[in-house]
Write a protein that binds this ligand. Structure first.
Ligand code: MF3
Ligand code: CO
Ligand code: CO
Length: 295
């Protein structure tokens, strides 16, 4: 292998800089807002994490819309396109389908989607930086429809990407698949993270611990926590049919330690190594899990 080939195979280390954030987008009056838009501070929703069949169907509808928005946004990703433009596309898709973009105004988050590029682990704010060939970007979309949230995210490469980043993305998607496969009623929640961490460790990837999956439905983040690492004997709650939560592993090429930009949102790896994430909202069934965020 030549020196040049070797460089092309490795993920670049670069430092992303905050860009300019456009004004908050508007949502037509007829679209129902989540309760956190009516007061300051954390969400206040009291609902069980075990949903009845009717609620599961509502979450499936919200989840499907979020997944469709993710496809539409993903199709627009190319060198030169800004994450603000992706935010506009996702926002317009959701409001055109009468859904509220759950991120917009959530604990003060200023945009409708999260766009997390390269070393950003999660919660990147869409801005005016044009995407560059070789970037990797996570787009995280949550739709609020008919009183419930559906939450999903995926990774996209911008033009040609290096092999190390390509593999990180492929294996993070596989880690999510394995986490979902591990879901069974009667098993402890911590089984999910055990399976994800064991798989990620094969490749020496970092498994982010401080951001987790969560119960979702009437609440965006219900308080139920789904770790992506082996947390046993903690998080021993038993999974039950009807339980709805997200699984959303974040894997890194290096450290899992993180710091936050001065915007109080953007979470980056301290060593600036790249990070990837995929997310689905799932419901626990008698047989295992069903994904509620399919397009
Ligand atoms: N969708 C993210 C999650 O998976 C949460 C984003 S909250 C925001 O939990 F405020 F940053 F939008
Ligand atoms: Co989530
Ligand atoms: Co999400």
């Amino acid at each position: 292998m030549t020196h040049t080939d070797d460089l092309a195979a490795r993920a670049p280390l670069a430092t992303l800089r905050p860009g300019r954030i456009s004004p908050m987008r508007t949502v037509p009056e007829h679209i129902e807002r989540p309760e956190y838009m009516f007061h300051s501070g954390p969400e206040v929703v009291t609902a069980s994490d075990i949903k009845d069949a009717k609620t599961v169907e509502k979450i499936r509808r919200a989840g499907k819309l979020a997944a469709q928005a993710l496809e539409v946004v993903g199709a627009a990703i190319a060198p030169g396109v800004t994450s603000d433009e992706l935010d506009r596309i996702g926002h317009d898709f959701l409001i055109a389908h009468n859904a509220y973009p759950s991120c917009l105004g959530y604990q003060g988050f200023p945009k409708s989607l999260c766009t997390s590029i390269n070393e950003v682990i999660c919660h990147g704010i869409p801005d005016d930086r044009p995407l560059q060939e070789g970037d990797i970007i996570n787009v995280d979309i949550t739709a609020y429809l008919d009183g419930v949230h559906g939450d999903t995210c995926a990774m996209f490469g911008v033009g040609n990407i290096d092999e190390e980043s390509r593999l990180l993305i492929e294996r993070t998607k596989e880690a999510l698949r394995r986490g979902i496969q591990a879901v069974r009623p009667g098993r402890e929640i911590n089984v999910i993270g055990r399976v994800i961490e064991r798989y990620a460790k094969r490749f020496g990837y970092g498994v982010v611990r401080d951001y987790t999956g969560h119960g979702v439905g009437e609440a965006f983040h219900s308080g139920l926590i789904i770790p992506h690492y082996d947390a046993a004997p903690a998080y021993s709650t038993l999974m039950e049919p009807g339980m709805v939560f997200t699984i959303e592993p974040m894997l890194t090429l290096g450290a899992i330690e993180w710091e936050q930009w001065e915007d109080n949102w953007t979470v980056v790896t301290v060593d600036r190594s790249r990070s990837a994430q995929f997310e689905h909202t799932i419901v626990v069934t008698e047989e295992g899990a069903q994904i509620l965020t399919l397009a």
